[in-house]
Design a protein around this ligand. Sequence first.
Ligand code: CA2
Length: 149
Amino acid sequence: MQSLSILALHGPNLNLLGQREPGIYGSLTLAEINRLLEQEAIKLQAKVVAVQSNHEGVLVDAIHDAVGKHQGILINAAAYTHTSVALRDAIAAVNLPTVEVHLSNIYRREEFRHHSYISSVAIGQISGFGAQSYLLGLQALVHHLREKS
Ligand code: CA2
């Protein structure tokens, strides 16, 4: 089976996971979520490279750099989900299959979280299942990539 590499991108403040707001975002740290993703990737015969940044431009650069290195992108753009045309344009430009994930159900929260700039350039979105959103998103992305090839 062809080996696949997935870029897992984590947006602003997700480095604080496990330290604050466990009621909304769960008690796992980002390192623990990344470890779960790596384990899931092994089961799927794929690999995951994780990047977190609090800076929009760093995330845009990471999306550009994914070309030729990764076959797909799993992204929790965090607050930039609701604000960033730059991230949306970067995803559209690289044309790599992208799955959007959120820990919380953004549609059950404040109105300003209901719109995502990412969803229209993603192949799909998973929202509301805590850390499981990432694992479900990874499964969906790998299945999509395998179906394509
Ligand atoms: O539910 C998600 O995954 C979000 O992408 C998380 C973002 C939020 O702005 C989106 O609307 C939904 C916020 C991430 C902030 O993470 C924190 C973690 C611990 C403590 C404080 C913030």
